[in-house]
Design a protein around this ligand. Structure first.
Ligand code: C2E
Ligand code: MG
Ligand code: MG
Length: 753
């Protein structure tokens, strides 16, 4: 483009120069023709005057006269005529304006007209007649006629040099020439740059080709004899006299005048071109730099994408690795949850029953203790293979951990069909186990059954209810199965009592909070607290949330309890603030039901206002289960909480199956890895792989990672190596009442881990 621009600039400049040249030449021709017209008119007028002098001379001859007589009309003088003389019929001088006795040259010339065979009224001579020094003085002669008779002649010298000198000032420019040529091609006079000369014979030269032409005027564009270059100008023939006036200029001189202007134009064009070239070069350098930057960005984006893909793939592989139970090769707890959730969503569309069985081997611990772990392991492998054999291909059997197994059977018609499966399982697992490392064993299972959709819609609920039913089976003497009954919760007298007492307990302030610290992985410095609710029961003593949170959820008390917890936590932070202690942010656990309560953000806002606390001091912990029911509403409330400035952690990560990338769109800043993963961290086992890959994947998504339930030094070492950010667990601090935390905030160094 720059090249095209430069070519255009030079093309325009050159065409402009060409136009200028044509214009200059045209202008020179116009000026020349003006001057030529004026000179021709002037010359015509001067030559015309000869007829006036002829008339005066005739009168002079017809009257008696005396040569010396003053008053001769010619005596008045004429600057254009150098000398004037009158000759009589014999050719003798009758009068001379110079008062000479004789005028031999003029006399000779006068006689040519006097004795010419054909009468001529004016004869113009040439300078050859006169001396060469003033060749521009041209003799003229006119016969004087009276009646039919020639009575004499008038003769004189016309000073063409004088005439031309009048145009010295005519602004024709350098190397300009005005000349007067007669009709034989003889130059009578010329003026070149103000200097007058004469005498060149131009006849038969290309320059004077206009001599033979009948044209009155025209242009000359030819080289003059002796000149190296062509002339440019015009010729102009006199109307009544055989003379031609030319006004020309040296063509090169005309064009020379343009040279400096043209040079300037060329310099300007060159400068502009240079500027364009420099600008283009600058742009090219910039573009290359930009391209380099873009390439760098694309490459780093590609690298990031590859890294994320690798991490995702690693995670998938780790989950796959971790999805089978290493001992029995059937799905483990995690895989069971995943597959069961899929199965339940399918069951939602059919009207048939799905049953979840919770199996536990009776007195397995005793076998382990008496025969050793290797026998225990062989027994578990046998149990798993019998389970598989007793079930249909698409039924699901998994080992939950220890001697606990779960089974999911779908597409059942009624309770009886479920009971048949349960009976079959009890019978199959109760068969003797022969030759387990040389030992024959008898063992029975206890099985609890929960039905979908009657006993619950989520796998969590179903499994925990099947678990409760299993305890009932154990209580009923073992080696049998029991269905879950809705009344099971209430059948526990204690649970029933807790439920009835709930509202009053809230009113009487029986709930309190214990606080557990979170420490930074790097230096084990406390960085936060988690508020954990406790029920200080007047008869049963301190009750832990594991026993009453689910009850509260089932009996619609959780929102009231949750709000009470929020108030207690805020009041406590305000109290610490009032004591002037260095404050740590306090995390509050929020249950799924609370997160579906649209007033939750208002409640938190009001509470922060009531205790004049900044939002940064309160954090929120939610679990993946919060997003199972009405996920859009839960997400909306979560966003509102985030907008208040509250930081949000995802609690118990790994027990649900959302996957981190799925949770990416939620406003979550921290992931708390569930303690079941931390508990089993050992070198080279699948939990260690899961924890490490969860940490790197979370970091890649910009999330902070907290490990929960850290109990041993080995776990700390592994988590530190894996790059975990924060740790929480008994290894550092157990949950403690507020008073103990006050002491800790006062003297943090005394409590350093
Ligand atoms: P969470 O939020 O995951 O809390 C951590 C639980 O792990 C606490 O149990 C804590 O005492 C326990 N823990 C901490 N370090 C260790 C350790 O090293 N080893 C072991 N084995 N356990 C450790 P806690 O206080 O019994 O609370 C149990 C769950 O009850 C909490 O789990 C939370 O989900 C729920 N919860 C507690 N307080 C509230 C509350 O105010 N509201 C609601 N909705 N849920 C609550
Ligand atoms: Mg928590
Ligand atoms: Mg947790």
């Amino acid at each position: 483009m720059a090249f095209t621009l430069i070519v255009m600039i030079f093309a325009i400049t050159n065409s402009r120069i060409a136009v200028d040249r044509v214009e200059a030449l045209e202008k020179s021709v116009v000026t020349s023709s003006h001057v030529a017209s004026i000179v021709a008119a002037n010359l015509g007028e001067v030559f015309g005057r000869t007829s006036i002098y002829a008339r005066l001379s005739t009168t002079f001859l017809e009257q008696p006269h005396d040569n010396a007589q003053p008053g001769n009309p010619l005596a008045i003088g004429d600057a254009a005529f150098l000398r004037m003389a009158i000759f009589d019929a014999d050719g003798q001088l009758a009068y001379s304006s110079s008062r000479r006795e004789v005028e031999p040259e003029l006399q000779l010339f006068a006689r040519t007209v006097l004795y010419a065979e054909t009468p001529q009224w004016l004869v113009i001579g040439s300078n050859s007649v006169t001396d060469a020094r003033a060749g521009w003085r041209i003799p003229v002669a006119v016969p004087l006629v009276s009646g039919q008779r020639r009575i004499g002649a008038f003769a004189g010298y016309i000073d063409l040099g004088y005439l031309l000198a009048l145009y010295k000032e005519a602004s024709l420019g350098t190397r300009s020439r005005i000349e007067i040529i007669d009709n034989r091609g003889l130059q009578l006079a010329e003026m070149v740059d103000g200097t007058v000369s004469a005498g060149i014979d131009l006849e038969r030269t290309g320059y004077a080709s206009f001599i033979g032409s009948p044209q009155l005027s025209g242009t000359i564009d030819a080289a003059r004899p002796g000149d190296s270059g062509a002339s440019i100008g015009v010729f102009r023939r006199l109307d009544h006299f055989p003379l031609v006036v030319t006004v020309t200029r040296d063509r090169a001189a005309v064009l020379d005048e343009l040279t400096s202007r043209n040079t300037q134009s060329l310099i300007r064009a060159t400068l502009i071109s240079l500027l364009i070239l420099m600008a283009s070069a600058g742009l090219i350098v910039l573009a290359q730099r930009q391209r380099g930057l873009n390439a760098g960005l694309t490459a780093s984006e590609a690298r990031n994408r590859t890294l994320i893909n690798q991490l995702e793939a690693e995670k998938v592989r780790a989950f796959q690795l971790a999805s089978l139970d290493f001992l029995t090769n059937i799905p483990n707890r995690m895989k069971f949850y995943e597959l069961a959730a899929i199965e339940l969503s399918r069951a939602r569309r059919s009207r048939r029953l799905t049953a979840v069985f919770f199996l536990d081997l009776d007195k397995f611990k005793v076998i382990n203790d008496t025969h050793g772990h290797s026998v225990g392991d062989l027994l578990l492998q046998q149990v798993a293979s019998r389970l598989r054999l007793s079930l249909r291909g698409h039924d699901l059997a998994a080992r939950l951990g220890g001697d606990e197994f779960s089974v999911l059977v779908s597409d059942l018609d009624n309770d009886e069909a479920v009971a048949i499966v349960a009976r079959k399982l009890v019978a199959s697992l109760s068969e003797p186990y022969l030759d387990l490392d040389g030992h024959d064993l008898d063992i029975t299972p206890s099985i609890g059954v929960a039905l979908y959709p009657g006993d619950g819609e989520e796998i969590d609920t179903l499994l925990s209810r099947a678990d409760r039913a299993m305890y009932l089976a154990k209580q009923s003497g073992r080696g049998c199965f029991r269905f879950y009954e809705a009344s099971l919760n209430a059948t526990s007298a204690r649970s029933a009592e807790l439920v009835t007492r709930f509202a009053r307990a809230l009113r009487d302030g029986e709930f309190c909070l214990h606080y557990q610290q979170r420490v930074a992985c790097i230096d084990f410095r406390p960085v936060g607290l988690e508020a954990l609710v406790r029920w200080q029961h007047p008869e049963h003593g301190l009750i832990f949330p594991g026993e009453f949170i689910e009850l509260a959820e089932e009996h619609d008390c959780i929102v009231a309890l949750g709000n009470h917890v929020i108030d207690m936590a805020c009041a406590q932070v305000a109290h610490w603030q009032a004591l002037g202690l260095a404050l740590l942010p306090v995390a509050i656990n929020i249950s799924a039901r609370q997160l579906r309560d649209e007033t939750l953000p208002d409640i938190l806002t009001a509470c922060l206002k009531k205790y004049a606390l900044p939002a940064a001091l309160i954090e929120i912990e939610v679990t993946e289960s919060c997003f199972i029911e009405q996920p859009a509403l839960a997400e909306k409330v979560l966003r509102a909480l985030n907008e208040l400035g509250l930081r949000i952690s995802l609690d118990d990560y790994g027990t649900g199956f959302s996957g981190l990338s799925h949770l990416k769109r939620l406003p979550i800043s921290t992931v708390k890895i569930d303690r079941s993963f931390i508990r089993d961290i050992r070198n080279d086992n699948s939990d260690a792989v899961i924890v490490s890959s969860t940490i790197s994947l979370s970091h890649n998504l910009g999330l902070k990672v907290v490990a929960e339930g850290v109990e041993t030094r080995d776990q700390v070492v592994h988590l530190k190596t894996a790059g975990c950010d924060e740790l929480q667990g008994y290894y550092f601090h157990r949950p403690a009442p507020a008073a103990e935390i006050t002491a800790l905030l006062r003297h943090p160094q005394a409590y350093a881990a």
